[in-house]
Ligand binder design. Structure first.
Ligand code: FNR
Length: 370
């Protein structure tokens, strides 16, 4: 059997990708501070990284004000935010790019200083993330014990995702990715160490998976399944997550998602947690894409510490269909072209990942014109 390469075209839902080098969703904390809307600078950044038929997954965007846990992360719940994102999608489409928006609720990975009226953040259960976070005023403080959502509040959470999905459609995105990874709200419900609920959203694997699946179904009602994607991190440890035995939980989740006919499933590989404020490279961890490939009949994307050579090898193995690049895409706006030519990559500067302006955002160089 002849397996494809990174530069073999790929169909996702109704879209024809001309290559398999995707841009991973990357929180950059550069939205407009008061409206939390994307601005012209964000449009320039995404347009720099757009290629004809290339997939961009835009950064995690909170579907409701209570879903935010960091400064200047964009939202997708207000009219101004829809207008802000429209400039981004227009700029990416002008370059022939395809852009999905990642829908986000951070749950307990927030702090009361980010919450409307300064209330406690919400989660599946009243269990705090261990360790510290940066508050809205810039101080370092312990994570707070979140307030467990009441069962009768859960429809409101699903409605927030549904409205976020509608807004993303209106903002001109090509699809949406539900953020079910990295220890945020949906993963807080999935995993037993953050979910001690005794209602139909807690306890058994079926119950813990229910909120994610109901959110996915709400998104499908808005978009159709072939323009909805899901991101999972089965072996991740971000934000104090980590299921003791991920296989039964994630086999169930992926088994439930499979017949829905989604655009793609997207993993964060555990070996490299690129987010956060320091480099963490885990060793002796499984490859999620290899383990779960047999359960997933559709398009599979993965991310985590890939370079051109390892991405090519993963695609050639037939175990994954596209590779999303995070950190190297930050520093190399023309990454697909550089990989194709095996050209040198510009190193990234972690100090400018989160917040700030042009520096470390839109000022990374393109390859010299030949
Ligand atoms: C991330 N990551 C991330 N993941 C996600 O699902 N939504 C997000 O908004 C973000 N934000 C984010 C910001 C920054 C600055 C980094 C470095 C990472 C994780 C990212 O999508 C990717 O999975 C990891 O970075 C691993 O890929 P690389 O960087 O090793 O190619």
């Amino acid at each position: 059997m002849h397996y494809p390469s990174l530069f073999t075209p790929l169909q996702i839902g109704p879209y024809h990708l001309s290559h398999r080098v995707a841009m991973a969703p990357l929180t950059r904390m550069r939205a407009d501070t008061s409206s939390l809307a994307a601005r012209a600078l964000n449009a320039e950044y995404y347009a720099q990284r757009a290629t004809q038929g290339g997939l961009i997954i835009a950064e995690a965007s909170q579907v409701t004000p209570t879903g935010r846990g960091n400064p200047d992360t964009p939202g997708i719940y207000s009219r101004a935010q829809v207008a802000g994102w429209k400039q981004v999608t227009d700029a990416v489409h002008a370059k022939g790019g395809i852009i999905f928006l990642q829908l986000w609720h951070v749950g307990r990975a927030s702090h009361s200083s980010y919450q409307p009226d300064g209330v406690l953040p919400v989660s599946a259960s009243a269990i705090a993330i261990s360790g510290k976070t940066r508050t809205a005023s810039g101080d370092i403080a312990p994570y707070e014990v979140p307030r467990a959502l009441r069962t009768d509040e859960i429809p409101g959470i699903i409605e927030a995702y549904r409205q976020g999905a509608r807004n993303a459609l209106e903002a001109g995105f090509d699809g949406i990715e539900i953020h079910g990874a990295n220890g945020y709200l949906l993963e807080q419900f999935l995993q037993s160490r953050s979910n001690l609920r005794i209602d139909r959203y807690g306890g058994s694997i079926e119950n813990r998976a229910r909120l994610l699946l109901e959110v996915v179904d709400a998104a499908i009602e808005v978009w159709g399944a072939d323009r909805v994607a899901v991101r999972l991190s089965p072996y991740g440890v971000a934000n104090d997550s980590g299921e003791a035995d991920p296989m039964p939980l994630y086999s169930h989740v992926i088994g439930q998602l499979a017949p829905r006919g989604l655009a793609y499933l997207h993993f964060v590989e555990p070996r490299s947690s690129g987010a956060g404020r320091s480099e963490v490279n885990h060793t002796d961890v499984p490859a999620a894409f290899e383990l779960f490939r047999p359960l997933w009949p559709g398009v599979l994307i993965t991310a985590g510490g890939f370079d051109g050579a390892s991405a090519e090898a993963a695609i050639a193995s037939g175990n994954v269909d596209a590779i999303a690049f995070g950190r190297t895409f930050i520093a190399n706006p023309d990454l697909p072209e550089r990989i194709r030519k095996n050209a040198m990559l510009t190193p990234y500067d972690r100090a400018t990942f989160y917040g700030g302006d042009v520096a470390g955002y839109t000022d990374y160089p393109f390859q010299e014109a030949e």
